[in-house]
Design a protein around this ligand. Structure first.
Ligand SMILES: [Zn+2]
Length: 100
């Protein structure tokens, strides 16, 4: 009977660790990943904009989000300018067929 008791204790401790130790870390990591996907950086002012905040615009297959209508309008005037600034050390594929 004592063996069963220590087994249950061990199982309970294991469950507790999964819940509040590794399990919590896993849940936290998943949550963080979701946050990255849900937030955009306003290319005009550099602010972080949530998925359900501000204004969105699809440009060259990329979705950009803006904190305000002003930033969206500024971007709309010269989209290339902000896209270039954003992609200087990332990808340089936005320069193709951008001009009419
Ligand atoms: Zn902005």
């Amino acid at each position: 009977m004592e063996g069963l008791f220590s087994f249950l204790l061990f199982a309970g401790l294991f469950y507790f660790m999964m819940r509040h130790g590794c399990g919590a870390h896993m849940a936290h990591g998943h949550h963080e990943e979701k946050n990255i996907n849900d937030s955009f950086v306003d290319p005009v002012c550099g602010r972080k904009v949530g998925d359900d905040q501000g204004y969105g615009k699809l440009q060259d297959g990329h979705l950009y989000r803006f904190c305000s209508k002003d930033c969206l309008d500024t971007f709309d005037l010269e989209p290339e300018r902000f896209i270039k600034e954003r992609n200087t050390n990332a990808e340089k594929s936005t320069e193709k067929t951008n001009e009419p």
